[in-house]
Design a protein around this ligand. Structure first.
Ligand SMILES: Cc1cc2nc3c(=O)[nH]c(=O)nc-3n(C[C@H](O)[C@H](O)[C@H](O)COP(=O)(O)OP(=O)(O)OC[C@H]3O[C@@H](n4cnc5c(N)ncnc54)[C@H](O)[C@@H]3O)c2cc1C
Length: 415
């Protein structure tokens, strides 16, 4: 029976606690959470859009419900210090010692410096936390919004653009990259998506950031003025690693091994606050994905409770539904030389090949995303692995033999 301190309670921590409790039914688990906790950040844009109510932001249950289900204590405070020699957690005016500690502090939305009068900061909206979602929905409910700029043309920004367009707001989406979904789509796919959103009335500006905000609008980094009542900032996150700095080995995020152990004995980390092995590059770095947070949390929890689990790495993937469009990016599809476009009844496929595994972009084929992602992940781990008849038959509904062979490497045992 152990004594476990969990710092932060997002999806990584929920998964860790689930594993700890499975292996150690009587252990003492104490969760430190400085904000709302147990939130699925992916649902924030649905809440702002009015598509779900507040309770759905915590789809696994509230903190109280989860504390009851798993039998853990909650200290609703920010952890200010971690002593890895004595395994002591400091919070507010208290401190407590543990046998095992998990750092699962997630990530903060990145908001660059934007000049302008201080009172205008109330018109700048990042989107990550429960509090961000409540604040933006309240603001939209109380202020007439006619024009908006959304900074960031990827999975979060496009959802914000969608919900504003649904309220008849004139939306301009801007990004420092030269195109939409720059890290998940290849150039051809980006261009197809850009045409699709332009047809839906969304303006876009690429290769620019935001310089300043005024009463009437914002000025882009190239000097262009855009009329705007609000500015939404969706340009990614930065791992929350203040408490780890100086006490744990960190790069851009906390460094962990495949057991999710940090550089300090009995201290583990999981989720957006730590690095992960990227199966496409073979290197470790920030991944920032839901499935990755779950797998890392499970691995950490199992090992903390005396099990023996290893995290196999993460396949970068982006599955986003917006404005009636389904976009899927799996692997690193930035390979314009090798990728080819296949038009299907409902959309497009783009295939590239990376490390002998498919790097895929799909538009309009959401039912296939899981199958293709599994094939890609399997092939990255074992290039000669065969593809199941189930996977192949799902692909056959959309693609011809040659195209399927490109995805599977022609290596399906059950053809
Ligand atoms: C709008 C949006 C859309 C997204 N869409 C997708 C998507 O389509 N697909 C996908 O795979 N991923 C998506 N993501 C990313 C995904 O949600 C995250 O990767 C995942 O939620 C990370 O979980 P986590 O537990 O590591 O961190 P978090 O959910 O950030 O949880 C960390 C928790 O730690 C708490 N905390 C932090 N510091 C302290 C401290 N010092 N003391 C106490 N508590 C602390 C925080 O309050 C928070 O509750 C999206 C994210 C957002 C914001």
């Amino acid at each position: 029976m152990g004594k476990y301190g969990i710092i932060g309670f997002g999806y990584a921590a929920i998964n860790a606690v689930d594993r700890i409790r499975g292996l150690d039914p009587k252990g003492d688990i104490c969760v430190f959470e400085m904000a709302h906790g147990a939130v699925n950040p992916m649902l924030t844009t649905y809440y702002v859009a009015g598509k779900i109510d507040e309770s759905r932001l915590t789809p696994f249950g509230s903190m109280d419900e989860l504390a009851h289900k798993y039998g853990f204590r909650v200290i609703p405070e920010r952890v200010s210090k971690l002593d890895v020699d004595t395994l002591t957690i400091n919070y507010g005016h208290g401190e407590e010692r543990f046998e095992k500690i998990l750092v699962a502090t997630g990530a903060d939305p990145f908001v660059p410096h934007i000049s302008g009068d201080e009172h205008l900061s109330e018109r700048i909206f990042p989107m990550r936390t429960y509090e961000d979602a409540i604040r933006m929905r309240m603001y939209l409910g109380r202020h007439p919004i006619h024009d908006a700029v959304v900074l960031g043309a990827s999975m979060v920004g496009i959802k914000i653009a969608e919900l504003l367009a649904e309220r008849d707001v004139e939306v301009t989406i801007a990004d420092l990259a030269d195109r939409m979904f720059a890290t998940a789509a290849d150039k051809k796919t980006s261009s197809i998506l850009q045409d699709m959103i332009a047809a839906k009335g969304i303006c876009s500006r690429f290769g620019v950031s935001v310089r300043s905000i005024s009463e009437d609008g914002i000025v882009l980094s190239d000097g262009t003025f855009i009329k705007s009542d609000i500015l939404c900032v969706c340009i990614g996150t930065r791992p929350r690693i203040e408490i780890a700095r100086g006490v744990l080995n960190t790069n851009k995020a906390i460094v962990v091994n495949d057991r999710m152990e940090t550089s300090a004995s009995c201290v583990y980390a999981g989720g957006d606050c730590c690095e992960a092995l990227n199966l496409c590059t073979g290197e470790t770095g920030i991944v920032g994905l839901w499935a990755n947070a779950a797998a890392q949390g499970q691995t950490a929890g199992e090992n903390m409770a005396g099990g023996d689990a290893a995290f196999g790495g993460s396949l970068p993937s982006n599955i986003t539904h917006f404005m009636g469009i389904d976009f899927v990016g799996i692997g690193f599809p930035n390979q314009d030389d090798t990728a080819e476009t296949i038009k299907t009844d409902t959309g497009y496929f783009r295939f590239g090949v990376l490390n002998e595994a498919p790097a895929v972009n799909m538009i309009g084929e959401p039912t296939l995303s899981g199958v293709v992602k599994n094939i890609a992940a399997t092939k990255l781990r074992k290039p000669n692995a065969s593809v199941s008849l189930f996977s192949r038959s799902k692909l056959m509904n959309h693609l011809n033999r040659l195209e399927i062979d490109r995805i599977t490497g022609g290596n399906d045992a059950e053809k």
